[in-house]
Design a binder for this molecule. Structure first.
Ligand SMILES: [Zn+2]
Length: 174
């Protein structure tokens, strides 16, 4: 997706640009290209960005550590304020007062808007916090050995397989 020179939007019909895309994003590892439509409209002192997109990502289950495919769908919009002071921070003052306006995105009116970066950020926000391959995921399956070891832990006859490697090491010693 090509970067948009913001003042250029003012010359467009309805001051907006609609981009249809189907491509891999450089920093987002996806199984399929990110496909969708993005619209960016110049509203004078702000940009109105809307996008619908989808892709498939491979995630690692937090419970069983197996990889699984997840459909990532995006349907979001954002207002980006156009301010000359964008990206200028006053590092001289120890205490920086954070105004509410600073908490939202802003760009310089004479700057650029990158649809690719925007879609990337939105996609990252859509990634599930809790990544579970299946609601019924049983978690890491214990091997028979490990199960036996757990069961016999309190019993008299210790045949814990975890000690086996230690025993083997002992035998190697003079
Ligand atoms: Zn799982």
């Amino acid at each position: 997706m090509e970067t948009i020179y913001i003042p250029h939007l003012l010359t467009k019909i309805e001051r907006k640009e609609v981009i249809d895309f189907e491509e891999f994003l450089p920093d987002l590892e996806t199984l399929t290209p990110v496909r969708g439509r993005l619209q960016v409209a110049h509203q004078g002192n702000y940009l109105e960005v809307k996008a619908k997109a989808e892709t498939i990502v491979t995630l690692t289950c937090h419970r069983c550590l197996k990889q699984y495919n997840h459909r990532l769908a995006l349907n979001s919009s954002e207002l980006i304020w156009l301010e000359e002071t964008a990206n200028q921070t006053d590092s001289s003052s120890a205490e920086i007062e954070v105004a509410l306006e600073d908490l939202v995105e802003n760009l310089s009116p004479g700057g650029y808007f990158s649809p690719g970066d925007w879609v990337y950020e939105q996609m990252c926000l859509e990634l599930p916090h809790k990544q579970i391959c299946d609601t019924e995921c049983p978690g890491i399956s214990l091997t028979d050995d490990a199960t036996d070891a757990t069961n016999t832990e309190s019993s008299e006859t210790v045949s814990d397989s975890r000690w086996a490697s230690l025993e083997a090491l002992k035998r190697q010693l003079p």
